[in-house]
Design a protein around this ligand. Sequence first.
Ligand code: ATP
Ligand code: MG
Length: 519
Amino acid sequence: MEVLYLGSIVKDDKGEEYSLVKFLNNGGFGCVFLAERISDKMCFAVKTFLPVFKDSKCVDAFRNEIAMSADISGKNIIRYEYVHNGDTFKELPLYIIMEYADNGTLRDILDERKKLNKLFSLDELINIYKQLISGMEIINSKLVHRDVKPENILICGKILKITDFGLAKISAENTRTMTFKGGGTPLYMAPEAWDYSKNTIQMDIYSMGIIFYELATLHYPYALNSSNSNDEYRSCHLYSPVTNPQIYNSNLNPSFVSIINRMLEKKPKKRFEKWSDISEALEKFINSEQMANEYSELVNTLVSSKNIQNIEKQRQESIRIKKETEQTEFVKLIKSQIVNEIILPLQEFIEDVNLKYSGDDKFAYTPLGENAGKKCSLIWRLLSSNNNILQIRAEAIFKEDYTDVYEKGIMTRTIINNPKYKNNDVIACCEITNSIGNGFNLILVQNDDLYGNWYIMDNHNNFSFATSDKERREPFAFSINELPKEINLVQITHLYRADFLPFETKAFLERIQLLIINI
Ligand code: ATP
Ligand code: MG
């Protein structure tokens, strides 16, 4: 039997039978039923799984994690009564029989409070935090949960119990097609969980930090709602500083706030190392509350200003990281256009010549070389039997390298003089020269979409300005260093001028052929 239904009977390893008596809810992997143990009518929840496992690796991963989960127990953890790994009872699918939580989830409570706009008191918050810390400490001593969220915190009577530990791997298999990795939920996923697969308990600390924040403020730490796209969530977790919690709840004590803030640090290393450090920080805060003295106000003001400074530091850091990431993406984009549109067609052309020529002095070329560093400098060489005969250098052009900020008193003036062609930014350029100094240039001009359009630049002396010492032998290329400046100059009256032709592979190869043949 692949699927369980209302009325199905499941079993455990002690010979007990359980009847599924009520559908409770749907979840990420299947559904959850209320079950009754037939022998004593006691209530349990049975979580079933859609038949999702396609290969045995998934099943192994599941068994592994589940085997570990079965040993995890504590007051603030849902007890797994029995885990069926799909083997013991051949006629039954995978399922987990667990403790039944009769009072809903933390999500329900949070939503209710948000609706009523009724902030939790400090005592309530401390009580909830302590329970969650104690549950997470035990879970994280065995595994990384990876899907910490209010839906996975159930309430039995008045006690909070964390559930679904050890299941994130399956959900990762299930959501493989999505852009985010791991089992997490976009609202609660740590910055590093979006990009790296290495799991650490710091991911769980971050997710719980968001829950602590929501409990303390009844707000989400970032300006987002559930209709945002994955990219927007990712960008917030990675780059946006959290809103100062005191804006939403002015009663919060600054040292209490600094605990939450530290759980939400972007860099995993800056978060708490372990849960016991969090409970220690919380205890310290509680003690200091009880020992308030005449200096408490002064201390609080200082701690509060440090919290704000810290958020500002995070903001600056985020801007820097974001800029770096954008640059890396930009360079990737430029490189792909140089390779796909210039180098590959050229290599094909040379291969074609070699194929048709039977002599032993065929053309050879070096693989595309790359200069590490921000500029994406690429170099490619065509070699004949005696000499280098053609060299291509290409480079990305960054607008900010051409931006100058002048400050005069309180006035600042920003002047951007980046290379442009017909008012569009030139984002990359190429110098193509042969060994006797002839050549031409290519420029990549930004267009409306993400990519650019290549242009061929045929350069000439401008004889109305001719001074013999500046005259160059045509056709010539500007070097990769002088080119960015020359692009703007040749379009106004100047020593040199250029014809710009929209790039076509044939026109490009014609010029290459002339450069090779003329030496
Ligand atoms: P995910 O699949 O990512 O964990 P989820 O938590 O919303 O998402 P499930 O874990 O499948 O989905 O749970 C679905 C719902 O079933 C829960 O929100 C809760 O209402 C209910 N539920 C789950 N486990 C129990 C339980 N042990 N006792 C009572 N109700 C439960
Ligand atoms: Mg769940």
